[in-house]
Write a protein that binds this ligand. Sequence first.
Ligand code: FAD
Length: 434
Amino acid sequence: IEERFDAIVVGAGMSGNAAALTLAKRGLKVLQIERGEYAGSKNVQGAILYADMLEKLVPNFREDAPLERHLVEQRFWIMDNKSHTGLHYRSEDFNEERPNRYTIIRSQFDRWFSSKVREAGAIVLCETTVTELVKDAYGKVIGVITDRQDGEVHADVVVLAEGVNGLLGTRADLRERPKPDNVALAVKEMHFLPRETIEARFNIKGDEGVVIEAAGTISAGMTGMGFVYANKESVSLGIGCLVSDFQKTGETPYDLLERFKNHPSVAPLLEGSEVKEYAAHLIPEGGYNAIPNLYGDGWVVVGDAAQLNNAMHREGSNLAMTSGRLAAEAIFQVKSRRDPMTKENLELYKKMLDDSFVIKDLKKYKDMPALLHTQSQNFFLTYPQLVSKALQNFVRVDGTPKKEKEKTTLKQWVAARSWTGLFGDAFRFARAWR
Ligand code: FAD
């Protein structure tokens, strides 16, 4: 390709599409390169879509985006091997005109998102892999090399939206490779069921949706979580744990998924379903302390490639869309001032990101990943078992006086963690949460 572009965006996931769309809408000449057969063909998500962040990019997206169900209920489950303790929040308020969260299927959604990018005027090149970044004699990124013949293309700035692995950035020495204790490996299955079966099992009607986030003994003492999300005619189910924990324990993601779907609280939701899709993907979970350099001479990095993922709230796609949009806004501002795309000028992107919920939220939880990782046996095994025993003791009516029941529960907690351990854990958790 001989042409020169204002910007090249590598990747057509949530962050890449947000960046390419914003740049193209602002009238910049944009080339977006995606290695998959089509946008979304390589991408994996649970998937909850957060409407607010998409609305900032495509205000009328509800008219034609492939949405599954709008969420009216969110369930949080703490699980042991036979039980779950649930906190469920359901509200009629979520049956609003412009719902706040939806389930989606990424392969369909990304395709639609990409069509908006094309409509805005960007050139979208699929089935093309960027193999290297091109730098000038001063180390400034000036373009990319692709796996196509004569595939070197130049631009004023390259937006790296290449996802969690970030191979290009690593290869070009712009960042380190994500460490195994900063990324989770997640596996996901799609279970197909008739629409009315899903609605009966999840207690919903029409396009209402329910999601379940689950933690506890299902991750076998490793730092990780599971999820069950209701789509229109399928249920997405998955589980993920830190890569370093898999290395240490020898557990396999597939075994965890098998155990999760056979759990007595989960199995009835899936009974009789047909599994049609299976996928595995990494999730950046290192939080604030794992964020690499976000900009440099001729480049910015966005989304999962920048490790922008809030594991505590299971948010990733919204951070990806927001970082992609803000990077594009910053590039546009630099371009409008006719300034060069230098590190000094692109710092604007970092400033905008620092002012947004993205960095504020990640900063808030900055100590949480390390705490959950070092205390994973306690938080994912010991406490879920104690909670379950306590609740069972509380609800079971067997003639034991209530005072004795309370003493038994207290003894169990102190025997498992000691008083110092209990207070220490509560203090550490509260401090990491604040
Ligand atoms: P991606 O979506 O990974 O896109 C990167 C793109 O770059 C891909 O299309 C890839 O093919 C392309 N690419 C990579 N390298 C090259 C190259 N060299 N050349 C050309 N193209 C390249 N987030 C939520 O908000 N809600 C959820 O419910 C949720 N659930 C999740 C469940 C699972 C199992 C997983 C794995 C993640 C989940 N996430 C969720 C996180 C969310 O999926 C990510 O945060 C989001 O997809 C990040 O978008 P991205 O554009 O940065 O990266």
